[in-house]
Design a protein around this ligand. Structure first.
Ligand SMILES: Cc1ncc(COP(=O)(O)O)c(C=O)c1O
Length: 412
């Protein structure tokens, strides 16, 4: 029972990946809390292993049966099909235990000792820790590149680069990168082609940005955020143009043990059906709130795509379908003002994470970005007065009242 082809992602997000005939005709997917699966015969078992461990290619269209839940299981596969169907340009997807395990499993598949990863700062603090604190121990050099130095950096390191890693919009400043332009530079400077551009698309998600249609090879997601959307699970995902890359990452996922477990994968698939509704409402809410926030005297600067100027505005218009629901505010008065703002909020909860139905706020400098070096903090504009808000689905006027009261407190 297949869905018609070429459906809009809004439609495929509702039911793609689920076939009722495989599940006693249930309308929605059941959970399969099962660790191991029966093989039809011994030869099939041997073949499944060869394909799943990346030793042999599957014949196109050939269904590969289930084996053991650390390799694959129905709930992960259903979520993966659903995510693949909404990610424009994707031909495969994989689900993980967390955004960090999606990122690290991908890195340990694509990078090799002695190679370099070039990345645009800022990146999420956990990713920054892997780049600066862990990869050097494995002889992989992660080099932060300033926005206007990519040509120079790729010219200098091109032949040693195993991966270009971009977070756009970046956490927490929302800085954007032109992915089409990055593709041109990478292909110009990295001989032999094939250097993958990996994009952390967590902030705008497949709803508002399609990196694979702008020259990227892989998207990584913290599915804990918008894909999950309810702050009740931790998970991650990747999508890619080339299914062969995903097969390689999945082979490592099997050995690292980083596959998303059945219950979480089931929750993720359930969340996919409301992804468009949630993200659209959240983005509309944020756009209205920004008009209120930017007019307040406590505010030095608001980082939000509709307020971008110059090249950042051009990239937003070209690459994104909507501004999304993350707002960063630079408050006058530094850390003290930021803390007064956060402590005054009541409807908006003081917590890290983002992308849930409820609004959250945090102080990146002392929390998620606290491990960044002083140089990176300065270069990326993560100031003491910066607060980050993830806007939820509440009625926007209630949020505006809460945020205005907190801005008043910040100004005191
Ligand atoms: C942009 C971004 N990427 C990756 C991650 C890591 O995701 P997780 O917490 O699901 O491991 C986060 C977490 O906040 C994030 O904001």
């Amino acid at each position: 029972m297949k869905n018609p082809p070429h459906m809009h992602p809004q439609t495929s997000s509702v039911s793609e990946g689920f076939d009722p005939t495989l599940s006693v005709m249930a309308v929605r997917p059941p959970i399969y809390p099962v660790s191991t699966y029966c093989f039809p015969n011994a030869a099939a078992a041997a073949h499944y292993f060869e394909v799943l461990l990346g030793k042999k290619d599957a014949v196109p269209g050939e269904p590969i049966g289930l084996v053991y839940a650390r390799l694959n299981h129905p709930n992960a596969e259903m979520f993966e099909d659903s995510l693949r169907s909404v990610e424009r340009g994707a031909h495969a997807a994989a689900a993980f235990t967390s955004g960090m395990s999606a990122i690290t499993t991908t890195i340990f598949t694509l990078a090799r000792p002695g190679t370099k990863i070039l990345y645009q700062r800022p990146v999420y603090g956990g990713t920054d820790h892997v780049f600066r604190g862990i990869l050097p121990g494995w002889n992989v050099d992660a080099i932060a590149v300033d926005p206007d130095r990519w040509d120079e950096a790729l010219a200098a390191h091109g032949k040693d680069v195993s991966m270009v890693y971009i977070e756009t919009p970046a956490n927490p400043t929302l800085a954007m990168i032109d992915l089409d332009a990055m593709r041109v530079l990478v292909d110009r400077h990295c001989p032999g082609g094939g250097v993958p551009i990996v994009v952390d698309n967590t902030f705008l998600g497949p709803v508002f940005q399609s990196p694979l249609e702008h020259g990227a090879d892989l998207c990584v997601y913290s599915a804990t955020k918008f894909l999950g959307g309810h702050s009740d699970l931790v998970a991650g995902a990747i999508t890619a143009k080339d299914p062969a890359i995903v097969t390689r990452v999945k082979a490592n996922r099997a050995f690292f043990g980083t596959i998303c477990e059945p219950f979480t994968a089931w929750m993720l698939q359930r969340s996919m059906a409301t992804l468009w509704l949630r993200m659209t409402k959240q983005s509309k809410n944020a756009s209205k709130l920004v008009d209120v926030i930017k007019a307040h005297p406590a505010v030095e600067r608001v980082h939000y795509p509709t307020l971008f100027v110059g090249d950042q505005a051009r990239i937003f218009r070209k690459q994104c379908r909507a501004p999304g629901s993350m707002i960063a505010i630079d408050l006058r008065g530094g850390r003290e003002a930021a803390f007064r703002f956060l402590d005054q909020l009541s409807l908006v909860r003081l917590a890290v994470s983002l992308g849930g139905v409820e609004s959250l706020a945090s102080h990146p400098r002392t929390t998620t970005a606290s491990e960044m070096s002083d140089e990176d903090l300065r270069a990326s504009g993560v100031t003491e007065g910066l607060v980050r808000i993830s806007v939820g689905v509440e009625y926007w006027r209630d949020l505006a009242k809460d945020i205005t009261g907190a801005l008043d407190a910040a100004a005191r």
